[in-house]
Ligand binder design. Sequence first.
Ligand code: SF4
Length: 370
Amino acid sequence: MSFLDVLKQTDFNTIKEVTYRATAADVARTLAQRHWDVADLPVLLSPAAADYLEQMATIARQITLLRFGSVIRLYAPLYISNECVNACAYCGFNRTNNIERLTLTIEQALQEADALHAQGFRHLLLVSGEHREKVPPSYLEAIVRRLSEKFAAVTIEVYPLEENEYRRLGDAGVTGIAIYQETYDRAVYRAMHNGPKADFDYRLLAPERAGRAGYREIGIGALLGLTDFRIDISILGHHAAYLMKTFWKAQVAISFPRLRAACGGFVPPAAVSDRDLAQIVFALRMALPDVDLVLSTREKPAFRDGMAGLGITRMSAGSKTKPGGYSLSDDALEQFEVADTRPPAEVAAMLYRKNLEPVWKDFDRHFLRG
Ligand code: SF4
């Protein structure tokens, strides 16, 4: 049974009812448990639970320490192209936006990677808009083959691929995938997307295709701000639990892309506050103790510093969200505005001050050979 089948059987109304009917007594009873799972998410994400953030933070911190120690893994996104055939309402790379379009040559991409390597990064996330012709699998394969000589982990955030294509890229050195469903609400999804990405089911099943191709990391997420996060995150939790169970050898990660200003002036219809985002992180950490929780530079330094150690286990640092941003021109348009502009060394120093340990590398491909 795929997650598409699971989703078809999911009763959104019941989740909504439990979320909005939960009382303080329900929350207190849930927090008093010794273990939690995804069935507890509607209560943990309820408006009533928002009054228990401190208690949830304490539990989330304890679980994180127990499962992950005091380690925060650092990674950097490498934008290789801003060309896109889609017209997602919320994105600066939207094909209808009249911006300068750029796809890096293989040599330029390697130059960008060298700049990140010099900063200490050994985990790269290759990011591109969705354009199969400008960014074909063969191009990705050529870049990854070269990068895998220097980087312990190379993950990709590109258009959804077929299983055999994921396999081919895996053979070239791709270690993982990040692909966000954006929202699990089909009606909202339909309203926001235009182009091949409008195929909700094909996108939803991409993490499973990557899992079957043997990827070590599978990252998913929902775009915060599109719809009621309390419901979307409950479903996202079920998606993560499904992937963890089905692909038990892979590390499943959840990201929290919160909508920020982008070219085109899109205003998020269901804004998510800092307190909301903290509740999301704590709830997911409690329900899914072994999932990797990722916080990007979309978030402001004060928020990132505060959340480090309270559930988050992976962070980007020093990110540029435009192709060529690290070592080439500074002209191309960003996909979204970066809020934490501190250099990676400064982020690492912040983590040390909080008695956390920034980790640039936690695996070596050599272990996979022989
Ligand atoms: S979100 Fe992705 S697919 Fe949509 S317009 Fe932006 S780059 Fe293209």
